[in-house]
Design a protein around this ligand. Structure first.
Ligand code: ADP
Length: 428
């Protein structure tokens, strides 16, 4: 009969489908509570109509009373303590007892209220796991047989009726279960298909980004090269305004190349094809190289840059990738520090690992943003950052690269006081 009509159906509903569904469910519960009260009142009113002699009004009143009590249990009592499957199981058992009571007082096993036993049995079959369903069904069957034995004299026909009712009950349970299993299997299949489609779309998107970035990289670096050449050969003959435009164009073409490099890295990370080739790398020359490459950025903002600690150690890393990581961090430190600030690169020797800290006394990052800092495309949004350009990819790539090289990254920061981003790498 396949998978049970999901034990998890209800649990999933309450746990993983998000608060929106919980709210929807709460609204649904409120509405159905009102409908229940209304149905009871209507029932009590309808029996006042002139039906003739046959109608047993007492049994309808009793039914209304039992609906009221069980609705009170479901809507008011149980929600405080139980939710989901447990709630339904307890409620079903209570309902079954009420129905037994009603059946007994309205003609017993031959009475017309016996069909009510089918309702909790169907509920059990649709939403509960096999064991609970069997427990509920057997409980009902035992109550039906109990009812057959209570009435003396007619035992043979009562027993036949009990067997007939039980047979019908099992039939209903079996088919309800089969149908709901089928429905949940179909749903599962549908969800799987959607997931697969999303995965393929994601892969296509990554591939697209990769191809476009790759294609754009060549013309972007040619433009950059040309600009460099113009700048070095002809800058003397340019008037100040043309020089300014040239510098701005150079700056932006540099940004464009960096963005394309980052996008290529992200595509490689997503595809799992990002490669690092570890060898022994001395930190000191790399730090010097990175600091010199960012010299103008720091000088333009009058930011002093220093280095300290055990710079002479070697780590196991990919030199180009380590340079990329350091460049990202020092560049960020300069970018997010106001004029006249200070940036420091510190290297600590910590047993099997080396820890590199890039600290600044810049704008800082609040605690909530720190939690998301290494996520793809995450940028802190506030008054201080809104004029600073960036893509939100640098720290994401940094984290992936460091982890690929066997280390970890982290951050500590205080708003207005500064930030320290660190990474570790194994010693050579
Ligand atoms: P971006 O290209 O935006 O700089 P990053 O991934 O390098 O992207 O950084 C993500 C965000 O983290 C930045 O937008 C910035 O708000 C914040 N951030 C990173 N480094 C620092 C720092 N040293 N000081 C303050 N904020 C920082």
């Amino acid at each position: 009969m396949g998978k049970p009509a999901d034990t998890d159906l209800i649990n999933t509903f309450f746990s993983s489908r998000g608060s929106e569904n919980k709210e929807k469910y709460a609204r649904f519960e409120q509405l159905s509570e009102k409908i229940t009260w209304l149905a009871v009142i209507l029932g009590a009113l309808v029996v006042q109509l002139p039906f003739g002699e046959d109608l047993n009004k007492e049994s309808i009143y009793l039914l209304c009373f039992l609906i009221l009590v069980s609705a009170f249990i479901w809507y008011r009592l149980l929600p405080k303590k139980y939710i989901g499957l447990t709630k339904i199981f307890i409620y079903t058992l209570v309902t079954v007892v009420f129905i037994a009571f009603l059946v007994h007082s309205t003609g017993g096993i031959a009475g017309y209220t016996i069909f009510l036993f089918f309702l909790p049995a169907i509920t059990a079959a649709m939403v509960m796991p096999p064991f609970h369903t069997l427990a509920v069904t057997m409980f009902i069957v035992s109550l039906i047989f109990g009812e057959a034995f209570i009435e003396p004299g007619l035992r043979a026909s009562n027993l036949s009726l009990a067997i007939l009712h039980s047979w019908a009950l099992f039939l209903v349970v079996f088919y309800s279960r089969a149908e709901s299993s089928e429905a949940s299997l179909a749903k599962e299949r549908e969800e799987k298909e959607i997931l697969e489609k999303e995965k393929t779309l994601g892969q296509l998107k990554d591939e697209f980004v990769f191809i476009i970035s790759h294609k754009l990289k060549q013309p972007a670096s040619t433009i950059r090269g040309c600009l460099e050449e113009i700048s070095s050969k002809y800058s003397r003959v340019l008037n100040p305004e043309a020089k300014k435009i040239l510098e701005l164009t150079k700056l932006n073409s540099g940004r464009l190349s960096k963005l394309l490099d980052d996008l290529l890295d992200v595509s490689r990370i997503e595809k799992g094809s990002l490669k690092v080739e570890a060898s022994d790398v001395f930190i000191k020359p790399l730090v010097n190289e990175v600091l010199s490459s960012l010299f103008f950025e720091a000088r333009n903002k009058k930011i002093s840059v220093s280095q300290k600690g055990d710079l002479d150690i070697a780590v196991k890393a990919d030199a180009d990738r380590l340079k990329e990581v350091l460049t990202n961090l020092v560049n960020n430190a300069i970018k997010y520090t106001s004029e006249g600030g200070h940036v420091e690169v510190e290297v600590r020797n910590e047993g099997e690992f080396a820890r590199v800290l890039v600290s600044d006394n810049g704008i800082g990052i609040d605690e909530e943003d720190q939690k998301h800092l290494f996520e793809k495309f995450y940028r802190v949004q506030n008054e201080k950052t809104k004029t600073i350009k960036g893509s939100g990819l640098g720290l994401f790539i940094t984290k992936q690269l460091v982890e690929k090289m066997g280390g970890e990254v982290g951050v500590s920061s205080k708003i207005g006081q500064g930030t320290s981003v660190y990474f570790t790498l194994p010693h050579w």
